[in-house]
Design a protein around this ligand. Structure first.
Ligand code: MLT
Length: 331
């Protein structure tokens, strides 16, 4: 009986092959997300998943795993490079260690508005950086999440000046540019994986960190942080990457669906940021966070931070790369 069934299955399979019918294997792709659900990364993921399913006529789908369930953001780059993970949505600063040229987008005070962030990422600079990540890190950027400027939070006191900052233990990602920036501001920050940051704040191992309003809210940092300083030193860009191995193993129509869904989700991410950032800022204040502006228009912060630029010319691919970015921004 069992033999007859096996024979029948083989006959059907052979008939399919002879007829040239493709073996349509539906696949569910895994998408790692660094932040908790409810933030910009998750919104991008939901948009992408919906579009991707639509564009493949429901043949493929993308499942989301928020809150670093599939590992720290850095781990997801490694895993995707090895083809062990399909997609990840993570902060650009956590890709820089693997593909240093993307650091040009994290140099402090280069990007000065959401419009500039969009212009750079969707223009020739973004295209070149995306190609570099394939070459350097084995992952392909297929879309960009726009999360807003990274604001400083802490549990100890309102920080308006660089003097106020002194003595605070501030967590930064394991990112040389961000470490150097805090050093230029006079303190030695503590590099720590994103997945460990909430616990670090809760257990008071660190006093503060920086991330955009929407991320502060999604991660419920208002439970463990009291003060926000409205600095605007880095605009948080959070690309969606696909494992290049996984991407190349897809048929052209699936590759196209991935790229198109990524592009459309990028547009939606921009709309979402503009529509929600102010509401979320107000919500954080309503939850008891005290939000202050840096004194004197952030002048001292900007001046000191820009002194780190030359230290990174080499890693971003030369000073001319920064000049090109500034030129594209009309500066
Ligand atoms: C970080 O601070 O490591 C990241 O920017 C957090 C994030 O992915 O939202």
């Amino acid at each position: 009986m069992r033999l007859r069934k096996t024979l029948l299955v083989s006959l059907f399979a052979a008939a399919g092959l002879l007829a040239g019918a493709p073996a349509a294997v539906a696949k569910t792709f895994k998408v790692a997300i660094g932040d908790a659900a409810g933030g910009t990364q998750h919104h991008f993921g939901l948009t992408f998943a919906k579009l991707f399913a639509e564009k493949t006529g429901g043949a493929h789908k993308a499942d989301l795993f928020p809150n670093s369930q599939l590992g720290s953001e850095e781990d997801t780059v490694n895993n995707a490079a090895m083809g062990l993970l399909d997609f990840s949505i993570l902060a650009i600063n956590n890709i820089t260690p693997f593909s240093p040229t993307v650091g040009v987008l994290t140099l402090p005070y280069v990007i000065q508005s959401a419009e500039e962030a969009k212009k750079l990422t969707t223009g020739p600079v973004g295209k070149e950086l995306a190609e570099n990540t394939v070459r350097d890190a084995g992952v392909r950027i297929i879309g960009w999440t726009y999360s807003g400027f990274r604001r400083l939070t802490n549990s100890k006191r309102p920080v308006k000046t660089l003097e106020d900052l002194q003595g605070l233990v501030i967590r930064v990602p394991k990112n040389e540019i961000m470490i150097a920036t805090y050093q230029a501001w006079g303190i030695n920050p503590t590099p720590m994986a994103w997945s460990e940051t909430f616990t670090g704040l809760q257990q008071r191992v660190i006093d503060g960190q920086d991330n955009p309003y929407i991320t502060i809210s999604a991660m419920k940092f208002y439970e463990v942080q009291k003060y926000i300083t409205n600095i605007r030193y880095i605009f948080s860009l959070e690309p969606m990457i696909v494992s290049d191995q996984v991407f190349k193993s897809q048929k052209p129509d699936v590759q196209k669906a991935i790229l198109d869904a990524g592009q459309e989700a990028t547009e939606e991410s921009y709309r979402y940021l503009l529509a929600s950032e102010e509401k979320i800022r107000k919500d954080l204040a309503a939850r008891g966070m005290e939000i202050v502006d840096p004194a004197n228009g952030e002048k001292a912060w900007i001046e000191k931070a820009k002194t780190v630029w030359p230290k990174f010319y080499k890693s971003i691919g030369g000073k001319d790369k920064l000049d090109r970015v500034l030129k594209e921004l009309g500066r």
